[in-house]
Design a protein around this ligand. Structure first.
Ligand code: NIG
Ligand code: FE
Length: 431
């Protein structure tokens, strides 16, 4: 057998199971693993997966020794606010002084301050900045992800953000799904006339569809932002026009966004820290994925995390995401989120790996296409510098990736150890 590339001597090859539906409840505990494995790639696709000893006959142009370490499908990040102008480090001091997230927003800061910076940036500047963050995401092992708009809140800037995502879709090898989040905050001019603003955002749906600028529509359903009725109105319209739907739901107050998501057949309901027991029960009988964002809870300094255990134990499908954005979770590191899921959400390592691969893919309409390694599927994978799959969430806050492949091509690689001549430094040191 001929191949372009052979990864051999893999200690654990993680093979999360693709099926037509996300993994629910007990199914999330099952993480298929092939030990002492090898993986062959041809023309950007997985050609063959098998035991290491069976790979001897493969005639590969390039052979990589995984040295007994772990290989997994590329990670999938199903909730990010990738495209934005500026930054908000000034809000840290406010947070330290006890000002809440919603208070900062109500005073014209938070999302609204990023809106101002995003309006000022050109499409080229936005693309360059988003590309910087996107490349960092790839370095952390992410090969498929979602990106939301929502820092425009007007036609011109929302379209500018969505076109930026499209530009990145065309230039980067990752699978990038675009979400229109026009109703992300109420612009000050529309205070008291929220329905008028919502009508304006609904009015953009046809244009967005025509230019194929977004695959999903999303809304921030929260106290002081959009009500359940407004969320329902927006999402129903979007669904009727052929968009997949998602919702920022029950993050701070339990408004019933989760119940709404399930009733609409949403691909995902995201955040869910304050989700009701009724909503959690409804999840079990649906294919809506609960996208949990423990990095946001951590970054906002909250004590109460989403009830991942209750959700999984009652039979729901759970995924994990960074929620990368300039205000409530400023990190591109999905591995750090995997550690938070272990420590704060009490998810097992098997559940965590399924949550950042197959289930994350289902949450953004890529079920079976991303987050899996199977013959004839795209060869998106990561070689990890960990001895086993339990190790990654355990050792937190660092990058464990050795190299990251999209369609069989190495797109990122860490500096090999030994490149920094520590021994030489020690010899010349005065200590
Ligand atoms: O998912 N909750 C609303 N939207 C984002 C935060 C956006 C921001 O603060 O800039 C989130 O947490
Ligand atoms: Fe978000």
């Amino acid at each position: 057998m001929k191949a372009d590339l052979l990864i051999y001597n893999i200690g654990q090859l993680l093979l999360p199971k693709a099926s037509g539906k996300p993994l629910k409840g007990e199914e999330m505990k099952n993480l298929p693993i092939l030990e002492n494995a090898a993986l062959a790639v041809q023309d950007g696709l997985v050609l063959w997966i098998g035991k290491n000893k069976e790979s001897v006959g493969i005639d590969a142009n390039e052979r990589i020794n995984a040295e007994g370490k772990v290989v997994s499908p590329g990670l999938v990040d199903p909730h990010t606010h990738l495209v934005f102008g500026g930054s908000r480090e000034d809000e840290l001091a406010l947070k330290q002084a006890g000002v809440s997230y919603l208070d900062i927003l109500a005073k014209g800061g938070g999302i609204l301050s990023t809106v101002t910076a995003t309006k000022q940036a050109t499409e080229k500047e936005l693309a360059a900045k988003a590309a910087f963050h996107l490349e960092r995401m790839i370095s952390f092992g992410i090969t498929a992800m979602e990106a939301k708009s929502g820092y425009g809140l007007d036609r011109e800037t929302e379209l500018k953000q969505l076109r930026t995502v499209k530009r990145l879709q065309e230039t980067y090898p990752v699978k990038l799904i675009s979400t229109f989040l026009g109703p992300h905050a109420i612009p000050p001019y529309y205070k008291g006339r929220e329905d008028l603003f919502l009508d304006e955002m609904i009015g953009l749906l046809d244009e967005i569809k025509k230019e194929d600028l977004a695959q999903f529509a999303d809304i921030f359903c929260e106290t002081g932002v959009f009500t359940i009725e407004q969320s329902k109105r927006f999402l129903e319209k979007a669904k009727n026009k052929g968009f997949g739907v998602k919702i920022h739901a029950d993050e701070i107050d339990p408004l019933g966004g989760l119940e709404l998501a399930v009733s609409l057949g949403a691909a995902s309901a995201d955040h869910l820290v304050a989700a009701s027991d009724k909503g959690i029960k409804a999840l079990r009988n649906s294919d809506t994925v609960a996208v949990l964002l423990p990095g946001t809870t951590f970054y906002l300094g909250k004590d109460q995390y989403a009830k991942a255990r209750t959700m999984i134990d009652s039979g729901a499908a759970v995924a994990l995401a960074t929620d990368f954005n300039p205000g409530s979770c400023v990190t591109e590191n999905l591995q750090m989120i995997m550690s938070l899921a272990a420590l704060k959400l009490k998810m097992s390592a098997e559940e965590i790996w399924n949550a950042v691969t197959v289930n994350a893919a289902h949450a953004i309409g890529l079920g079976g296409e991303a987050g899996v390694l199977e013959a004839s599927k795209q060869a998106d994978f990561v070689i990890w510098d960990v001895p086993n799959f339990h190790y990654l969430p355990y050792h937190f806050g660092v990058n464990h990736a050795i190299s990251v492949y999209c369609s069989g091509i190495k797109r990122w690689e860490r500096m090999p150890y030994g490149t920094i001549p520590l021994s030489a430094a020690r010899e010349t040191s005065s200590f």
